[in-house]
Design a binder for this molecule. Sequence first.
Ligand code: FMN
Length: 187
Amino acid sequence: MRPEPEVISSSNKILIVYLSRTNNTKTIAEIIQSNVGGTLVALELQKPYPENYQATVRQVAEENGSGYLPPLKTRIDSIQNYDVVFVGFPTWGMQLPPPMKSFLKQYDLSGKIVIPFNTNGGYGIGSSFQTVKELCTNSNVLEGFTMRGGSERDGVLLAIKDEKKREAEGKVKEWLRSINELKRLIK
Ligand SMILES: Cc1cc2nc3c(=O)[nH]c(=O)nc-3n(C[C@H](O)[C@H](O)[C@H](O)COP(=O)(O)O)c2cc1C
């Protein structure tokens, strides 16, 4: 196991993995990357969710109930080379979405710094950040970021754009600056 970095510096390798259906979480992922650099990876499934929102809600509820872990199409080479892993996801059914559970179960992030970020439809993070901690017991899980994104239920898809995107840029920067371990990295 590689030693945990005390202070992140530009020699540390950063991975930003995110799940996003309607691009709100993707927008936050891109803002993080513009501040700290790193490799951006979208999580994709071998069998994508339906386009229909209600059908997706039903499928996610079943998967959450049974603990099913949908197989990922995305493959990350050399995960051992990364020191810092940002993990981004929407709240789904007040939980961590099944594809992110698949990712955290499939890849060993022991000894790494893990930093969660989230968007949601206005009901908050639910149990998602807690589940990240439970699935990353040997990682240093830092304080996460959350903000309201879209509400597909009400026909609001990408909400973090224009004025709201500028607001997100400010909030993300403030959050990154508040993380001691990251201070030296912020552009
Ligand atoms: C299947 C599904 C379940 C959702 N469940 C919740 C929820 O429990 N609470 C909430 O606040 N928002 C919920 N939402 C809304 C999303 O969290 C919100 O729109 C988020 O910004 C979407 O991020 P994305 O654009 O990156 O996909 C749900 C959306 C979907 C598609």
